[in-house]
Design a protein around this ligand. Structure first.
Ligand SMILES: Cc1ncc(COP(=O)(O)O)c(C=O)c1O
Length: 370
C-alpha cells in the first residue's frame, strides 16, 4: 500500500480537530474499527443465523481468526496466544502459575505499571528485587547484579510508559535464562507501534492490551506463552471454556488459560484494527513512529528543554521535564492539543506519536509550548 497520510487522517475524524499526541494513554479509533463494533451489534440484533449455527459459535470463530492475526503481528504461533481481559490479567496468570517458595526472588524495574508482587508471593516470603533507573534507563549491568539462581521471574516492560525507554529484551532474556529464570514482558506500550518478533527474542511470556497503539478495545487483551512454557503453565482460574474437570477435553495450547465468555464485541473491533495495521504495514508504522518521535526529540532539544526520554527515536514516547506538567497539559487541551501531564516520577509531559501523526502536529505542540 502507498502511504497516503491525507487519506489515513480522514479515517480518524478526531484529527481534524485535535492535535493528538497522547497515544501512550489511549489510541485513536479509525472509522473502520467503529464499524467493527457495529458489525457485532448488528449481527446479534438481526440474528441472521443459518440452521445449526449459533451466535456464540460465530463469535468464537471470529475470535480464532483474530487470534491468528495477533500471533502473526508479534511473530509467534496462534497456539501461543490466549485472550485475557487486560495486561494485568495476563501478568497475574503467569505470576500465579509459579510454585513460590521462601528464598525465591522476583526482579523488576522500579517503574513497572503493574508491579509483579501478589498476596501469594508475599505469603511465601518471595523477595522483590527492584532494578532502579539511572538517567531514565535500566542498565543490563545493574540487572545482572540482581539476578541469581534463586530468581524465578524477571518481569519487565518493553517500552516504558513513563519516558519511552526501550528495554533491551534480548539482553534481559539472556541474563534471566542463564540463571533458569523466566521472563515476563508487559508490551502494552509496544505492540502496534514498533515491529516486534517475540520468538526471535526468546522471552517466555508477553502480556499486552490493545487500546493504545493497536487501536483496539479496552476489556480485551492478550497473553503470549511461548511453546516451551505451555505445558508447565497451569490455568489459575477455571470455567466452561477450559474444562479442567474433563481430561479428554483439556486444551494443551494457550487457550487453556481462557475460562469463560470473552469480550466478543471487542474481538470484532480488534479484527478491523488488525486489518488496518496490516494494510499500513508494521514496517511503515515502526518507521514513522521512530521518525516522528525523533523529530519531536530534536525540536525539544533545540529549545533547550530537559528531555526525560534517554534515547532519540527508539519508541513512540517522548517525555520532557515541566514544573507544572499537569496544569500545562490541561491548558493545552483548551487549544485542542492532547498530551499527558504527570506529577509522578518528577513532573513531566509525555507526548506520544503514532503513524497517523505528522510533523505539523509536532510543530504545533512546539510552537505552543515555546
Ligand atoms: C505499560 C503499561 N502496562 C499496562 C497498562 C494497563 O494495564 P491494564 O491493561 O492491566 O489495565 C498501561 C496503561 O497505561 C501501561 O502503560
Amino acid at each position: 500500500m502507498t502511504f497516503d497520510i491525507k487519506k489515513i487522517r480522514e479515517d480518524f475524524p478526531v484529527l481534524s480537530e485535535w492535535t493528538y499526541l497522547d497515544n501512550a494513554f489511549v489510541g485513536l479509533m479509525p472509522s473502520q474499527v467503529r464499524e467493527g463494533y457495529s458489525e457485532w451489534a448488528d449481527e446479534w440484533y438481526n440474528y441472521s443465523l443459518l440452521p445449526g449455527e449459533t451466535i456464540l459459535g460465530k463469535w468464537m470463530r471470529k475470535a480464532r481468526s483474530v487470534r491468528e492475526q495477533v500471533a502473526s503481528l508479534i511473530g509467534v504461533d496462534s497456539e501461543e496466544i490466549a485472550y485475557t481481559m487486560c495486561t494485568g490479567s495476563g501478568q497475574n496468570i503467569v505470576l500465579n502459575s509459579f510454585d513460590w517458595e521462601k528464598g525465591d526472588n522476583i526482579v523488576f524495574p522500579e517503574w513497572e505499571h503493574n508491579p509483579p508482587v501478589s498476596y501469594d508471593t508475599e505469603k511465601h516470603g518471595v523477595e522483590s528485587r527492584v532494578l532502579y533507573q539511572k538517567g531514565g534507563r535500566f542498565d543490563l549491568s545493574s540487572l545482572e547484579k540482581l539476578v541469581d539462581d534463586k530468581t524465578k521471574l524477571v518481569s519487565v516492560t518493553d517500552v516504558s510508559y513513563v519516558n519511552g525507554f526501550n528495554m533491551n529484551l534480548k539482553g534481559v532474556t539472556e541474563i534471566a535464562h542463564e540463571h533458569g529464570a523466566k521472563v515476563l514482558v508487559d508490551s502494552t506500550q509496544t505492540v502496534g507501534a514498533l515491529k516486534v518478533d517475540y520468538h526471535n527474542i526468546d522471552v517466555d511470556y508477553v502480556s499486552f492490551a490493545p487500546y493504545k497503539f493497536m487501536m483496539g478495545p479496552p476489556g480485551l487483551a492478550f497473553l503470549y506463552v511461548s511453546n516451551d512454557n505451555l505445558e508447565s503453565i497451569n490455568p489459575d482460574r477455571v470455567g466452561w471454556k477450559n474444562a479442567i474437570w474433563n481430561r479428554d477435553r483439556r486444551s494443551k495450547d494457550a487457550s487453556k488459560l481462557e475460562y469463560g465468555t470473552i469480550h466478543f464485541q471487542g474481538v470484532y473491533a480488534m479484527e478491523k484494527a488488525l486489518n488496518y495495521i496490516e494494510k499500513v504495514g508494521m514496517d511503515t508504522i515502526d518507521y514513522r513512529v521512530k521518525k516522528l518521535s525523533g523529530y519531536l526529540y530534536d525540536k525539544l532539544s533545540e529549545l533547550g528543554i530537559e528531555i526525560f526520554t534517554p534515547e532519540r527515536g527508539t519508541s513512540p514516547v517522548v517525555s520532557y521535564m515541566e514544573d507544572n506538567a499537569f496544569e500545562i497539559a490541561k491548558k493545552l487541551m483548551t487549544q485542542k492539543i492532547k498530551v499527558t501531564g504527570r506529577r509522578e516520577h518528577r513532573n513531566h509531559i509525555r507526548a506520544s506519536v503514532h503513524f497517523y501523526n505528522t510533523e505539523d502536529d509536532i510543530e504545533r505542540l512546539i510552537s505552543t509550548i515555546n
